[in-house]
Design a protein around this ligand. Sequence first.
Ligand code: IFM
Length: 459
Amino acid sequence: MLEESTHSAASDESAKLAARFSPDFVLGVATAAFQIEGAADQDGRGDSIWDEFCRHPGAIADASNGLTACDHYHQLDADLDLIQSLGVSAYRFSVSWPRVQPLGQGDWNVLGFAFYDRLIEGLVKRGIAAHLTLYHWDLPQALEEQGGWRNPHTVECFVAYATQIGQRYGSRLASLCTFNEPWVVATLGHESGIFAPGLKDRKAATQVSHHLLLAHGKALLALRALGVTTKLGIVLNQAPQYPATASLADQDKARLDDGTLVRWYMDALFKASYPRDVLDYLGDDVPQIAAQDMQIISQPLDFIGINYYTRGVAATAKEKFESPYELTDMGWEIYPQGLYDLLVRLNTDYNLPAVYITENGAAFPDRLINGQVDDPARIRYLALHLAAVADAIASGVNVRGYFVWSLMDNFEWASGYAKRFGIVYVDYASFKRTLKSSALWLRDFTAFHASSVSQQKRA
Ligand code: IFM
């Protein structure tokens, strides 16, 4: 009896939350090619920088790789059914560039395209909107061997790739995103070196960030010249930065961290300039910027995607900052207020187009027990962040959709398979999928949203 009443109280809460979103609000789930597809050496796929990076001893915490991942490449139809069973209206995925163009330039791989043909057709057939990302970190290794994103030639190769995808799929997509999280590619890939390609060179990293933005702007120009009508945008990982204490040093650090993570990308895209304080801080490591570059980068966007997981805390003292908040399995603070603060601040500082929360979710040490995975902490996390989004909308931010990261447990980059972000549990030995309680919660939530939509229509 007690259980039943707790359950219905929780359902009431979810129903109330779902009713806060307008009928056209998009609820979706997200993945990325390298993290789930597997079949890395099949049907003509080329090597990517992540295949190569995984071979470096010590690069990946559990010494794993993307060779088989979640076997999504072979389980496509069942996975599409799984997505449909959640009642979501949208799926965000990425195309593996080396699967469709093994060397990153020159020949296209028909077998690679055949996979994405089936994926997109499968979504359309099921009434699920397809949100495609061109680049979620898996650069063809052959391009890396010519200097990767440090080399402006890669920018031109990316534009050719974007054009090819736009021509093939443009008319069937709900949106097309150029880059997922360019900050991660530039900074973690080329400055700290903890992600592929593993460089530790700040000057290279800033040049890479500029080339990524330039490739984004040039791809948008090319896609619009082609007459591609789908919505075009980019996805940034962002977090508001709070000083750990009221000290001037912490406040300065918070401002600079905001500059390198948020303003560097947002100012370039929306104001056609890089922030002065960050350029001063970079000194000789500023990128080379040609005359027209900033105009090219700041093409109008149809949407901006924001990936939000946690806040940033700027602490300059020697003692380690002790968080008062609950942490996820990544050691990240659970701080939904940060999502609200971020959205409201971006809306004040920039002339935003439609906003999508393109990733939000959490890793927890989930266990499969008697065929079930109970993950109440993830349900709480998702509900709190959805509430923050609803609050931001109420404060005037034009948020049009929200995607859970991630549909299923997957290859969490340098952490390997040990960190589980999925709402669906994956047994990596058998590839069997099990819906966690958070997936069942999302299924209920999308049903509540759909029923509140029909009530709103009737009213
Ligand atoms: O798994 C990643 C994803 O590929 C990009 N955004 C952050 C997620 C969690 O770390």
